[in-house]
Ligand binder design. Structure first.
Ligand code: IPM
Ligand code: MG
Length: 365
């Protein structure tokens, strides 16, 4: 029996709803496979601000650190938008990432055949897209100092610093190359080396690291060109390596290739000293919260990633992924990926369908 402790941070908006579907799936996995989960629920984000005045209470971070994995749904909402920066839900998220040293953020972008019509991009461009964005998550503009807003020459100036130590670039580059080795063996590193010094260093270090990966092809693209190429011909990409902010932007762009940001899972991991975080890329979507409209697939696929990367269990990863594909092939859709003549379902029904599919699929194996 494999006992796994999971801290679940349901957060805000649609967070609790998609978490609920995730918990259902974990129960099914307990029934079918050799696992027992201890799920510890903690407050994080807006709900923690409401209760304790801060987005990331110590007790929450502590529980995360003591777990085998962290499942995070979504945080934030308009209610918190005007709080001082240090009290905002997003600051809590950065604190969690930094606290767990989760420097490596993996965001797979797979264009499911059955959803090709849901994207705003033409089918023939999209078909066959299967790439992964490797985003550096604890450095760059998000964390660099100095930063702030201050008075200079009688007016306010705002500034942030895009700063990377070579060790930070080296470790994320290695992650990208290691992943590429198990895929189509190509890394596209993005930067703005024609303008930014920090990007020049990024490019130099990535090139250096590539010497240890002779079997992997490395190309460098300027970030503006890369974002254009991602729309023009997404199939050309295998692993896209990006610094924190560039990766944030590129991964939202990537999400739209899949038809909806409600489809995109992610994993954030460090060097193994702390547990990894699994999280849908979508936000808390307060406008649809509590209406049974949210798409739980990103959460469900994030759980699949947890099995692959934290529990080294490709078998369950494959089972979940195939189950999602089958349900989509059968025409079931949540509102965000609605199509003509589809079978429209709510959050709960989509969760039920996928759980049922996991069960029947597993019985056939
Ligand atoms: C993401 C989000 C976060 C980020 C926000 C909520 C701080 O956009 O995970 O992509 O910018 O990293
Ligand atoms: Mg983002």
């Amino acid at each position: 029996m494999r006992l796994k402790k999971i801290t679940l941070l349901s957060g805000d908006g649609i967070g609790p709803e998609v978490s609920h579907e995730g918990e259902k799936l974990l129960k099914v996995i307990e029934e079918l496979f050799d696992y027992k989960f201890e799920i510890i629920k903690k407050d994080f984000g807006g709900i923690a601000i409401d209760k304790y005045g801060i987005p990331l209470p110590e007790d929450t971070l502590d529980s995360c650190k003591k777990s085998d994995a962290v499942l995070l749904a979504a945080i934030g909402g308009p209610k918190y938008d005007n709080l001082p920066r240090e009290k905002r839900p997003e600051t809590g998220l950065l604190g969690l990432r930094a606290g767990l040293n989760a420097f490596s953020n993996l965001r797979p972008v797979i264009a499911f055949d059955s959803l090709l019509d849901s994207s705003t991009i033409k089918k023939e461009i999209l078909s066959g897209t299967d790439l992964i964005v490797v985003r550096e998550l604890t450095g760059g503009l998000y964390f660099g100092k100095p930063k702030g807003i201050e008075i200079r020459n009688g007016e306010r100036v705002g500034f942030n610093t895009m700063l990377y130590a070579e060790s930070e670039i080296r470790r994320i580059a290695k992650v990208a190359f290691d992943i590429a080795r198990k895929r189509k063996k190509k890394v596209t590193s993005t930067d703005k080396a024609n303008i930014l010094d920090v990007s020049q260093l990024w490019r130099d270090i990535v090139t250096e690291v590539s010497k240890d990966y002779k079997d992997v092809t490395l190309e460098h693209l300027y970030i503006d060109n890369a974002s254009m190429q991602l729309i023009k011909n997404p199939r050309q990409f295998d692993v896209i390596l990006a610094e924190n902010l560039f990766g944030d932007i590129l991964s939202d762009e990537g999400a739209m290739l899949t038809g909806s940001i409600g489809m995109l899972p992610s994993a954030s991991m460090g060097d193994g000293s702390f547990p990894s975080i699994y999280e849908p890329v979508h936000g808390s979507a307060p406008d649809i919260a509590g209406k049974n409209l949210a798409n739980p697939i990103a959460m469900i696929l994030s759980i699949a990633m947890m099995f692959k990367y934290s529990f080294n269990d490709e078998r369950i990863y494959d089972t979940i992924l195939k189950s999602v594909k089958n349900i989509l092939n059968e025409g079931y859709r949540t509102k965000d990926i609605q199509q003509d003549k589809c079978k429209l379902t709510g959050t709960v029904e989509m969760g039920d369908l996928i759980c049922k599919q996991v069960k029947s699929f597993n019985c056939k194996v």
